[in-house]
Ligand binder design. Structure first.
Ligand SMILES: Cc1cc2nc3c(=O)[nH]c(=O)nc-3n(C[C@H](O)[C@H](O)[C@H](O)COP(=O)(O)OP(=O)(O)OC[C@H]3O[C@@H](n4cnc5c(N)ncnc54)[C@H](O)[C@@H]3O)c2cc1C
Length: 520
């Protein structure tokens, strides 16, 4: 893995040595950009200063906090993934002559005091878009304003240190959109067509091979262990095991694109559910920022040049545009993404029936396709896109349960949790998203027949079904758990059935409309 990562590092780095355009010290505050390649905040810090101090704050609010429905903000599997990301980032920074200062506490307390101690002129960080993260940005900025300049310091810094936020999460840069994010089209296809016609995707920032030396630091701090974060380690012994960090991310790109040559068939396989290779599985690294979407774009283009370009190679970019779209929508719609009525403020009654919800969460609904997917999620921290759409539709349409409960459980479990993609997709699935045309019902029998015709997927996650004939595994009747709710429709699949959503609402209890924890 290291050899593959080293090759990618070479290809996407510049050999330039210090150009020293700026003086003094800059801090890089790593957030969800845990990478060295194509990291503009790191690059800008390097260009503007003589020395760079990379910092990660292990924020207690990320761990141990619970949300509105009582689930932890971060589950054990994502915590473990994050630990691996940090260890790898530290290693890769050391290779470039730097290191990672790991501090335990809130960024708004740690960063101002570090800026003061090191006389830093600027804290560089990747810009976020959702309220919790924006609030922390505001607090950090305020804290920095209170740091008194010390003209006698090494940097001769006569001003307060400032927070410099840099866009870096999307494939298309926000500054290159043909409109302000506030005027973003409400229909994905319109957005996609306009960016494809009018914008270009910027190339990767070439990180210098050598970024050191760092300022003198007496104690670089330690990457926490899983128990120090308050979790019990959870072994993944079934399904896909993801390893956090940029090196593993580069390894997966190499494996999926180049070694196994799967990019050329992505469009045909991407709706699968079983095994490592039906889709790219890059989302956990994208969410932690161990991989940039521009890097994937550059590799797709290289593949198209060196091997072949077809619908499949394009389709990976098509999906990444969805990811961009949800990020930009969070700028346009702010907190409504987390509210029960979604961006369109849809008024609808939802149930918060605890027993029904628990049967969904624990994979005991009596529907093998739902149960298998929910078991995969809690065992591995991952679920296919097909699976996510199906379990979301079942929860909100067949059970009539408050979609935010499902979204919150996903937030706990998913390795690739990203507030924009998660809540964006859930609002779409619940029919409260910004696009009124997106109102989708997924019929379980139809989905099972199409995507798991031999019952291999359900038998993998529910061993008690293995002894059944293949065609029975998804339809086991009395030999499996009793079905907790009837299905609204038996035969239809993946079609619009918006007229029937009112029926679902009528048979549900009302569960309150308090705002979720994301408000701010
Ligand atoms: C209810 C629900 C919740 C979701 N929550 C998240 C989440 O928290 N984080 C997350 O990254 N994705 C989320 N998704 C989107 C999608 O399911 C995952 O991105 C995808 O399954 C990841 O697997 P992959 O990397 O193999 O994807 P691929 O099929 O290989 O796609 C390549 C990349 O495109 C992007 N992408 C693909 N589909 C979507 C989509 N519908 N929305 C946004 N980006 C997409 C992802 O970055 C993905 O890595 C959610 C989807 C649903 C239906």
């Amino acid at each position: 893995m290291d050899r593959i990562a080293d090759q990618a590092f070479q290809m996407y780095s510049s050999s330039s040595s210090r150009i020293g355009l700026g003086g003094g010290t800059a801090i890089v505050w790593f957030r969800n950009d845990l990478r060295v390649l194509d990291n503009e905040a790191l690059y800008e810090a390097w260009v503007s200063s003589q020395m760079v101090l990379p910092v990660y704050c292990v924020d207690p609010r990320l761990f141990g906090t619970t949300y509105y429905f009582g689930f932890p903000k971060t589950g054990a599997l994502r915590a473990q993934f994050l630990i691996e990301c940090l260890a790898d980032l530290k290693k890769n920074l050391i290779k470039r002559g730097l290191n990672l200062l790991v501090q335990h506490g809130k960024p708004e307390e740690i960063l101002p005091s570090l800026a003061k101690a090191y006389g830093a002129h600027t804290v560089y960080a990747q810009k976020e878009t959702c309220s919790e993260e924006l609030n922390i940005e505001r607090l950090v900025s305020k804290g920095l304003q209170r740091v008194m300049p010390e003209p006698s310091s090494e940097s001769s810094n006569a001003h307060n240190p400032k927070l410099q936020l840099i866009w870096g999460t999307t494939m298309y840069h926000i500054d290159d959109l043909p409109y302000d994010a506030g005027s973003l089209p409400d229909v994905y296809t319109q957005f996609r067509k306009s960016v494809e016609a009018k914008c270009t995707i910027r190339g990767c920032i070439k990180t210098p091979a050598s970024l050191g030396p760092p300022p003198s630091v007496s104690e670089w701090g330690y990457v926490p262990s899983i128990d120090q974060l308050g979790f019990q380690s959870q072994n993944v012994n079934r399904g896909m095991k993801f390893v956090g960090g940029e090196s593993a991310a580069l390894g997966r790109v190499n494996e999926y694109f180049w070694k196994k040559d799967l990019l050329k068939i992505y469009k045909e396989t991407r709706n699968g559910m079983l095994g490592p290779d039906y889709s790219t599985k890059l989302s956990p690294w994208l969410a932690s920022g161990s991989l940039s979407p521009r890097f994937i774009h550059a590799e797709v283009k290289r593949y198209e040049k060196e091997r072949q370009a077809n619908n499949s190679t394009y389709w990976v970019l098509f999906e990444l545009i969805w990811r961009d779209y949800f990020r930009f929508l969070s700028v346009k719609y702010g907190n409504s993404l987390f509210h029960i009525g979604g961006p369109r403020k849809v008024e609808r009654r939802w149930s918060q029936d605890k027993n029904l919800f628990e049967s969904w969460r624990n994979g005991r609904t009596g529907y093998p396709l739902i149960d298998a997917n929910m078991k995969e999620l809690s065992t591995t921290g991952f679920m296919s896109n097909r699976g996510r759409q199906i379990v979301c539709s079942f929860l909100v349409r067949d059970m009539g349960i408050d979609w935010r409960m499902g979204a919150e459980w996903f937030e706990t479990c998913l390795l690739d949790f990203d507030p924009c993609s998660n809540y964006g997709n859930w609002t779409y699935g619940a029919g409260v998203g910004n696009d009124p045309r997106e109102d989708r019902y997924f019929s379980i029998p139809k989905q099972a027949q199409t995507y798991d015709p031999e019952g291999e997927y359900v038998a993998y996650w529910l061993p008690q079904l293995r002894s059944l004939p293949k065609e029975k595994r998804n339809f086991p009747g009395k030999s499996y758990n009793e079905q907790v709710v009837p299905l609204k429709f038996k035969g239809a699949g993946g079609k619009h059935h918006s007229q029937d959503t009112a029926t679902a609402a009528r048979r549900t209890n009302y569960g309150g409309m308090r705002p979720k924890g994301h408000v701010g």
